[in-house]
Design a protein around this ligand. Structure first.
Ligand SMILES: [Zn+2]
Length: 479
């Protein structure tokens, strides 16, 4: 994203960029657009206050045990139904929504996060890049193309699977190249580290073991569909056997997740299914006979997408009645009203949600939007302050800057409106528009004022610099 993978990504192996991303997980900006294409254009990254908070709580004890507490590692959720998780640098662990949806317990997700933390703690990424630099170009490209074909074949399902299986039986010379062997030792190291982190935090390694065993079995028995996790994390029988030895000794093997955490996990999965499932599928997955709160949550979300807003609102109000302190039920109500064209009514529930949530930045962006769209000049001051506060914690949110630009625009503060638009363009990766808007903002600000300085900084950005292309999308109806 920041372009530090430039040499690997952009230069020599452009045609294989996608497979490289799958193989090394190093080429994020090459990988995500490809994934987005496969999904038919849905948002590549899921931003959601509830899910991110839960993942933060899953990750923090592990990172602490790994000695990574100071590294500011965050978990990024990729909108992809397959099972995958990987690290691309020392600051981000990526996990597919599919992995979260498949995991029955917090412990399964925590186990995968522990393994990924093991890669970060082991410094595997830096060493892997070095290793790639040493591998001969030919063997590297052959391998990448081979694995790329396997991935493409596996993904397309049906007939394409044949190509995939062909790639699995590549000549031994390629399979046994230094690089794959090296990756395999890294996998074993990350397993060992992950088990250690789980023990240090008093958690069971069962979820990790079960997940890897399941994926390993999938690789052996399932030829038509293979999750991408298996390409980034080769899982031969010996690795699973070694892991079994490691986990057997854990004094925490039988320890279950706290019920409260399991409940929030169930709510998270319900939310993802509610947002992702096609019309009618949720009703099968969470039939009306299931009166648990997660089931009702999934149905309420599905109703907000597919039914009339009246029906959805009744279900959401019932959720709020059951758990009045749950910030995300209020958020759902506000979001549903906002998307239903009732911004003024969305303000109160979103204010409540922002008050209750431990990390409200993403909810504040929605609240800012409701305040702006309510078209009431009395709300503009609050809109600006809520959005500024949100952006201080989410400084890469183009959507936040967009809303801020509108709030300033309606207040008649065109200098700040242009500056916020420039920041939004910058975060979208549109440097040309960013510089144009920033120089316009500069003309409107008094020379040397704080706004002028920020605008000046953007208008001088080097086009070859490291403009970011972060995408902020709250899960909405996929197209
Ligand atoms: Zn791994």
């Amino acid at each position: 994203m920041t372009g530090n993978q430039g040499p690997i990504r952009a230069r020599v192996w452009k045609p294989a960029a996608r497979s490289l991303a799958v193989l090394t997980a190093a080429a994020l900006s090459a990988g995500i657009p490809a994934a987005a294409q496969e999904r038919g254009g849905g948002p590549p990254i899921i931003r959601d206050a509830e899910i991110e908070q839960l993942l933060r709580e899953y990750t923090q004890p592990i990172l602490k045990a790994a000695g990574l507490a100071q590294q500011n590692v965050r978990v990024v959720i990729i909108n992809d139904p397959s099972f995958n998780a990987f690290v691309a640098d020392g600051h981000r662990i990526f996990i597919n929504s599919g992995a979260l949806m498949q995991a029955q317990t917090p412990n399964e997700v925590i186990g995968v996060l522990a393994h990924e933390s093991g890669h970060i703690a082991g410094g595997h990424l830096a060493r892997m890049r070095e290793q790639m630099a040493n591998a001969s170009t030919e063997s590297l490209v052959a391998m990448m193309l081979g694995i790329g074909a396997m991935v493409a074949g596996a993904r397309s399902g049906g007939g394409g699977g044949d190509i995939g299986m062909a790639a699995l039986t590549l000549p031994q010379g390629i399979i046994q190249s230094n690089m794959l062997a090296y990756i395999r030792t890294q996998e074993e190291q990350a397993d060992r580290a992950g088990v250690k982190f789980l023990a240090a935090t008093g958690q069971s390694p069962k979820g990790m073991y079960d997940t890897f065993k399941r994926l390993g079995d999938e690789m052996l028995f399932q030829s038509r569909y293979i999750d991408p996790y298996l390409q980034t994390h080769p899982m031969p029988k010996e690795r699973v056997a070694a892991l079994e030895e490691l986990v057997k000794g854990s004094p925490y093997w039988d320890r279950k997740d706290p019920p409260e955490l399991q409940f929030r996990h169930d709510l998270m999965r319900a939310k993802l299914y509610g947002y992702m499932d096609r019309s009618g599928v949720s009703a099968n997955r969470y039939p009306a006979s299931d009166q648990s709160l997660p089931a009702r949550y999934a149905r309420a979300i599905a109703a907000s997408r597919f039914s009339d807003s009246h029906a959805a609102m009744a279900q959401i109000d019932a959720l709020i009645e059951a758990q009045p302190q749950n910030p995300y039920f209020h958020e759902l109500k506000g979001q549903t009203l906002l998307e239903g064209g009732k911004p003024a009514e969305a303000i109160a529930p979103l204010r409540r949600a922002a008050q209750l949530a431990p990390n409200p930045a993403l909810i504040q962006i929605l609240l800012g939007q409701a305040l702006v769209e309510s078209n009431d000049p009395a709300h503009l001051k609050e809109a600006v302050s809520v959005l500024e506060s949100s952006l201080s914690r989410e400084p890469e949110s183009p959507e936040g800057y967009n809303q801020l630009a509108m709030a300033y625009g309606r207040k008649g503060d065109l200098a700040h409106a242009d500056l916020a638009s420039a920041q939004s363009a910058l975060m979208r990766g549109d440097l040309k528009a960013a510089r144009m808007l920033a120089s316009r903002a500069k003309d409107r600000f008094p020379v040397g004022s704080p706004g002028w300085v920020k605008a000046d900084d953007i208008s001088n950005k080097d086009p070859t610099g490291t403009a970011r292309a972060t995408v902020v999308v709250h899960p909405k109806n996929p197209p």
